[in-house]
Ligand binder design. Structure first.
Ligand code: PHE
Length: 457
């Protein structure tokens, strides 16, 4: 297999400026609403520590192998999610994998930016000290009135998507990398501060036990599906993100290390978010299984009862917004890079077109929670349908195709070549063997089994 990079240089291709830049951008994509909004409520709905242990198992056994496979495809081809397959397997049908990724990101960003918009609204409310004024019933009412109202969430969705587009328009080094380099360390500091506050509340111990002492009686097949979907969503897998960002990474970088560091950073952030939220939830005697409203209803209720809670709320929703933005820019970049390279568009034109399409789909998602809630496909509102289609269908299919492609089509020699940079880096043979075994046999079998279970039951 020839190295396709030389054959696919569309003018001067943008690239990351440093290894740290790559890491914060990748971690920035991975750490997002998945960690701060989805992970805590899934832990709450699925019985705590047992879910976390299963989740960690999936991250190691499936998450890291899929992540490294996407990295290999992106770095080797130096092309967008679809172009990568065109160049590594010309004339084959493998390009469908890239097409799925582009569709996945389009749908994903449509509902992601709606939730990002809720983050904008809640950040503003926190700044206005709005949460101090009501009890839990009032806060629950506040959330439902806001999300079903026809225009306010649309304005917030527009603001969030515009901010995303403005960063992506500035390119990789000047936009995405610069933004992530400043925001990720800030996010880390805020999250650690919030976790310390929560862990030192009187009554926090019950929350710590919930997070770290497993109760296996709560586990069902649903727990495994939820944990796998979450691992893929949180690590941004099967969406073409790692292929796209990987294509901007230098041929000298150690992609094994970068891939593992990304997975570790993402998992750490999820656990820190758990430590920031669960002890507080237990300290206030609230049930952890509140579902998607956990962050938008339960937490404001807690903030309103904490000393200095108003200030903590500002930091929490700032963290949520930053995390969501560093992720949404990566999703937009997948589709923008595809348009630029496959249709020879300028970055600005591509951003404008993709923004318009995603903005319109996002409006439908947002309205489907209110005036359009009678529009149902397979019994789901458009918002739920897009969430389900991305995290539970397209990302898993994309991940499956990616591991089969790397394990069976590219094969061992290319794997060795990419992980060791043509023999220049020392990566233990046992690691490469284990990785190759996982992508050839374990990951495809596990993903297929879980998907069949999911779709047939
Ligand atoms: N990983 C992001 C999160 O946790 C979501 C995401 C999915 C980002 C796919 C990019 C691609 O919020």
């Amino acid at each position: 297999m020839k190295d396709a990079s030389s054959s696919h240089q569309t003018g001067q291709r943008d690239s990351f400026g440093s290894s740290f830049g790559v890491l914060v951008a990748l971690a920035g994509s991975a750490v997002g609403l998945g960690n701060l909004w989805r992970f805590p409520y899934l832990v709450g709905e699925n019985g705590g520590a047992a879910f976390i242990i299963i989740y960690l198992g999936f991250v190691c056994l499936l998450g890291i192998p899929v992540l490294l496979s996407e990295f290999i495809i992106g770095r080797r081809s130096q092309a967008n999610a679809r172009g990568a397959f065109l160049h590594l397997a010309p004339g084959s049908r493998w390009t469908i994998t890239g097409t799925i990724a582009v569709i996945c990101c389009t749908l994903l960003l449509s509902f992601y930016s709606v939730v990002g918009g809720w983050g904008v609204e809640y950040f503003i409310r926190a700044v206005c000290f709005d949460f101090t004024r009501g009890g839990e019933a009032a806060l629950s009412e506040m959330f439902s009135t806001f999300t079903v109202s026809p225009w306010k969430p649309l304005v917030c969705h527009t603001v969030f998507l515009l901010a995303t587009a403005l960063i992506v328009i500035s390119g990789i080094q000047n936009g995405i990398e610069k933004f992530s380099k400043i925001m990720m360390p800030l996010l880390f500091v805020i999250m650690i501060g919030l976790a310390i506050r929560s862990l030192t509340l009187p009554g926090a111990q019950a929350g710590i036990d919930y997070l770290f002492k497993p109760d296996w009686s709560e586990v069902s097949t649903g727990t495994f599906l939820a944990a796998l979907g979450q691992a893929f969503f949180s690590l941004s897998l099967g969406s073409g993100m790692v292929i796209t960002y990987g294509s901007y990474v230098s041929k000298k970088a150690n992609i094994t290390r970068l891939g593992i560091e990304t997975a570790v950073a993402d998992t750490l952030f999820a656990l820190i978010a758990g430590c920031a939220i669960m002890p507080a939830v237990f300290a206030f005697g609230i049930s952890p299984g509140e579902g998607p409203g956990l962050v938008f209803i339960t937490l404001p209720h807690i903030f309103s009862n904490l000393p200095l809670g108003g200030v903590i709320a500002i930091f929490f929703f700032l963290a949520l917004l930053l995390a969501a933005l560093t992720s949404s820019i990566s999703v937009l970049e997948v589709v923008v890079a595809f348009c630029m390279e496959e249709f020879h568009m300028k970055r600005k034109t591509a951003v404008l077109i993709v923004f318009s399409v995603i903005w319109a789909l996002g409006c439908l998602c947002s309205l489907s929670l209110g005036i359009l809630d009678h529009w149902k496909v397979f019994g789901k509102t458009i918002f739920d349908l897009f969430d389900y289609l991305t995290a539970n269908v397209l990302m898993l299919i994309g991940g499956l195709l990616v591991v089969v492609f790397v394990g069976w089509k590219l094969g061992r020699k290319v794997i060795h070549d990419e992980l060791t940079n043509g023999g220049k880096l020392h990566i233990p043979a046992a690691f490469i063997d284990t990785y190759a075994f996982l992508v050839r046999f374990v990951a495809p079998a596990a993903l297929l089994t879980i998907m069949l279970f999911q779709y047939l039951s």
